[in-house]
Design a binder for this molecule. Structure first.
Ligand code: URA
Length: 182
């Protein structure tokens, strides 16, 4: 089975997963992009636009993320975009239990894709992959190798929408990523 077929199988498992749906609503948002991506971008959980369409990062945060991806010289279709939590949480923010459960599906996706870099955008992505809470404003831009994966920590685009003064930080982290990958 090729990588694309494996990812489709995982997406079907997510769509059928009863535990994923506890306290959440909308369509499953498994992720999208290139099965051979060198870079996987990880967010938090789908918002309303994502839950209505089944696609990751297509709302306001998504537009900002996708513009940074293009500006840094990547092609959207070359990367893979997803989140640790695959459904819209009823309370907006996912619980640690939601994140730990979502991590199981996510790890299967990463085992298939085998990216060079996993970009952890914000505290939920950090918790999902590193199982700890880190101060994002202090650690963004850091590269961490763990469990056979290489992570780059970044701000979540929603943080930049809320505090536009953070935009240069995000731009600098994207420039760093572009330098690492190319
Ligand atoms: N924010 C996220 O963290 N993930 C999405 O898919 C959309 C918005």
């Amino acid at each position: 089975m090729d990588k694309g077929a494996k990812l489709t199988r995982i997406a079907k498992q997510i769509a059928a997963c009863v535990e994923c749906k506890v306290g959440k609503s909308g369509l499953a948002v498994p992720g999208e992009g290139n099965p051979d991506a060198a870079v996987v971008f990880l967010g938090e959980a789908p918002g309303k636009t994502e839950a209505a369409t089944g696609r990751p990062f297509v709302g306001r945060s998504g537009k900002l993320l996708r513009s940074h991806i293009r500006e840094a010289g990547f092609i959207e279709e070359e990367v893979y975009i997803t989140s640790p939590v695959k459904y819209l949480p009823d309370r907006g923010t996912p619980t640690k239990k939601d994140i730990r459960h979502g991590r199981e599906h996510l790890m299967e996706q990463l085992r298939v894709i085998q990216p060079k870099y996993v970009v952890l955008m914000g505290a939920t992505a950090v918790y999902a992959m590193l199982e700890k809470t880190l101060p994002i404003m202090k650690v963004h831009g850091k590269v961490i190798k763990e469990s056979g994966l290489t992570f780059l920590i970044m701000l979540h685009p929603a943080a930049v929408l809320r505090f536009p003064k953070y935009a240069p930080l995000m731009r600098a982290d994207f420039a760093l990523l572009a330098g690492l990958v190319k």
